[in-house]
Design a protein around this ligand. Sequence first.
Ligand code: GLN
Length: 304
Amino acid sequence: MTGPAPTGSGAPGFGVAAWPATYEPHGPSKGRVVLVHLYPREMSIYGDLGNTRVLQQRLVRHGYACEVRAHAPGDAPPADAHLVFGGGGQDSGQTRVKDDLARIAPTLRRLADDGVPMLMICGMYQLFGNAFSTVGGQELPGLGILDVTTTGGATRMIGPIVLRTRYGDVVGYENHSGRTVLGSDQAALGEVLHGYGNNPAGRDEGAVTGHVHGTYLHGPLLPANTALADALIGAAVERALGRPFEPEALDDTLADEARTRQIRRLLARDRDAHPARKVATAVARRLRACRAKGEPSNRTQTSM
Ligand code: GLN
């Protein structure tokens, strides 16, 4: 993603310490969007803060001003948010925010019903569901905005993950003990092509209701998956300004390359691990070696 560097009013830095901050586009502003990051100190691990940064940067590069705010426990409910983000966290972080989340629940439910786009990663995804029973036996109630229920397990699901979604193929990194089960009418974010997803028993990952997205994907998720970032931004702009999103043509060459290379690499590794494929790969490697040495390749048949 390239483009003009954003200039902030008062040139704020980027990060929780600088917020609230408004980031202005270089040219005339097409309007202002309020982005709220829920609990950045308690719930923002494995680079999840990068998602807020991508949303802010892309809004600015699309020509909109972006006001970024943190919501911390005890703050006024974020009633005027146009876009809401929440990251992952340890079970202990989730325990620390659960009471405040219950306090602001009516506001978040109203915003979700009104079509405010939201992206919740891992720990916050679990808390946007019905409930999370931790591996330590603690019951954390959720908001019930997504019809999902999570139970902590003894083994963690860790590694790179690839999904097929309505935003194209999406890549990220998962690290969770929670096993999440979707309610019968709950749509998933995507189908797992590589990795674990919601739980090892199925192939579904994440959940989507209206514009509310929950997912286990860290990475952070949005830098390499710009179609999803722009879908959230488009919905936020419509919500903020009451008119359609007018995107600029951003150069996403690097993001697209990073995503497609990683997907190709992971899916090729799976194909190579398939038993039939293993034999085919071994034969092909042997043929190449014979050719390189100038030996007849039919000897590979007997030497296998
Ligand atoms: N504590 C939760 C789990 O392990 C969430 C972890 C996370 O946010 N990465 O399931």
